[in-house]
Design a protein around this ligand. Structure first.
Ligand code: AMP
Ligand code: ZN
Ligand code: FE
Ligand code: FE
Length: 288
C-alpha cells in the first residue's frame, strides 16, 4: 500500500436502515477504494456474518454496531449514538440490551404508523416490516413508505418537522449511555461517541458529560461527519485532545437513504490502530 490507507469506520447495511445488503456493502467499499470499512448497523450485529463471507480481497472489515443510547442527566433525556467496535456479540448482557432495543423500535415504529394512519396517511406497518426484511427498523423505513405513497419526495423531507422529525416523532427506548459504555468495554469492545456535536440533528450533550464518559471508558469521538459543520468538527478534535480521546471520521453511509458516499470522511490510520489495540481481541478485524 503506497499511500495512506482509506478507512471509513461507520456504515449501515440492510441489517438496519441502509439500502445495501452486508455483502453488497463490503463490495461497494472495495469499489470505492477503501482499505478498511466498519459495518455499524443500528443496535444489531446481524450483518456481520454476511459481510465477513463476502469480504473482497484487500479489504479489512471492522465489525461494529451503532448503539441507541440516552443521557438522563437532563429532562427530557438526550438521545445519542455510541459506535462500538470489535465487541463480543455473545456477551449476554449487551446482547440482551440490543435485543430489547430492537424490539422496542418495532413497537415505536408501529405507533408512529398508527399516528400517521389516524391522520389519513395510507401506509401500512406490515409492509414496512416486510421492506425492512428482518433488519433493525427505523424511521428511514417509514420515510421510504411515505416516499412510495407519494407524500414526500425525499428522506430528508420525511425527516422534516411536518413528518418524522417532529409531528410524528416518538422516542426510542434506548440504553443509558454509561451502561452502554461499560457493557461495550465488558464485551471487549471499543466505544466511540458518534457525531457528538451534530446540532442539526437535535439537542447535543455538554462537554462535561463527554469528560465523564471518557472517565467511564469512552475511547473516542467521531469528528469528521457530514452532520458536523467544520467548526463543530474542530471543537470535537479540541475536546478529544483535551481528554486524551482518539478521533475518527466516517461517512455514516446509508445507501440511497442518504446522499453521502462511502469514504466521504475517513479516519487516520493512527486512530484506527488505537481502536484495534484497545479491543480485547475476542473479535479481530477480518481480512479479505
Ligand atoms: P431512528 O433510529 O429510527 O430514530 O432513525 C434515525 C436514523 O435516521 C438515523 O440513522 C439517521 O441516519 C437517519 N436520519 C436522521 N435524520 C435524517 C435526515 N434528515 N435524512 C436522512 N436520514 C436521517
Ligand atoms: Zn441510520
Ligand atoms: Fe447515528
Ligand atoms: Fe449511523
Amino acid at each position: 500500500m503506497s499511500s495512506r490507507p482509506a478507512i471509513d469506520l461507520h456504515t449501515h447495511s440492510t441489517a438496519s436502515d441502509g439500502t445495501l445488503g452486508p455483502a453488497e456493502l463490503v463490495r461497494a467499499a472495495a469499489d470505492a477504494g477503501l482499505d478498511v470499512v466498519a459495518i455499524t448497523d443500528h443496535d444489531t450485529t446481524g450483518g456481520w456474518e454476511a459481510a465477513v463471507r463476502a469480504l473482497p480481497s484487500g479489504l479489512t472489515l471492522v465489525r461494529g454496531a451503532e448503539i441507541s443510547c440516552r443521557w438522563h442527566g437532563v429532562e427530557p433525556a438526550v438521545p445519542l449514538h455510541l459506535l462500538a467496535y470489535l465487541f463480543d456479540p455473545e456477551e449476554p448482557e449487551l446482547a440482551a440490551e440490543l435485543t430489547r432495543v430492537r424490539a422496542a423500535r418495532e413497537v415505536r415504529g408501529e405507533r408512529i404508523v398508527e399516528l400517521l394512519r389516524a391522520d389519513g396517511v395510507d401506509i401500512s406497518w406490515p409492509e414496512i416490516m416486510a421492506a425492512a426484511g428482518g433488519g433493525t427498523v427505523g424511521r428511514p423505513h417509514i420515510a421510504a413508505a411515505l416516499i412510495r405513497a407519494g407524500l414526500v419526495a425525499t428522506t430528508t423531507e420525511a425527516f422534516g418537522a411536518d413528518w418524522l422529525g417532529q409531528r410524528y416523532r416518538l422516542p426510542k427506548e434506548d440504553i443509558d449511555v454509561f451502561r452502554a459504555v461499560s457493557l461495550v468495554r465488558a464485551a471487549g469492545g471499543v466505544p466511540v461517541f458518534a457525531h457528538p456535536r451534530a446540532t442539526r440533528r437535535g439537542r447535543i450533550v455538554p462537554d462535561e458529560l463527554i469528560a465523564e464518559l471518557a472517565a467511564a471508558g469512552l475511547a473516542g469521538l467521531e469528528a469528521d461527519h457530514e452532520d458536523h459543520s467544520p467548526a463543530e468538527a474542530a471543537q470535537v478534535r479540541g475536546l478529544a485532545a483535551e481528554l486524551g480521546l482518539l478521533v475518527t471520521g466516517s461517512s455514516d453511509f446509508h445507501g440511497t437513504h442518504k446522499t453521502v458516499r462511502l469514504g466521504a470522511h475517513t479516519t487516520d490510520p493512527e486512530a484506527y490502530e488505537r481502536i484495534v489495540a484497545a479491543s480485547s481481541g475476542v473479535i479481530e478485524v477480518a481480512s479479505g
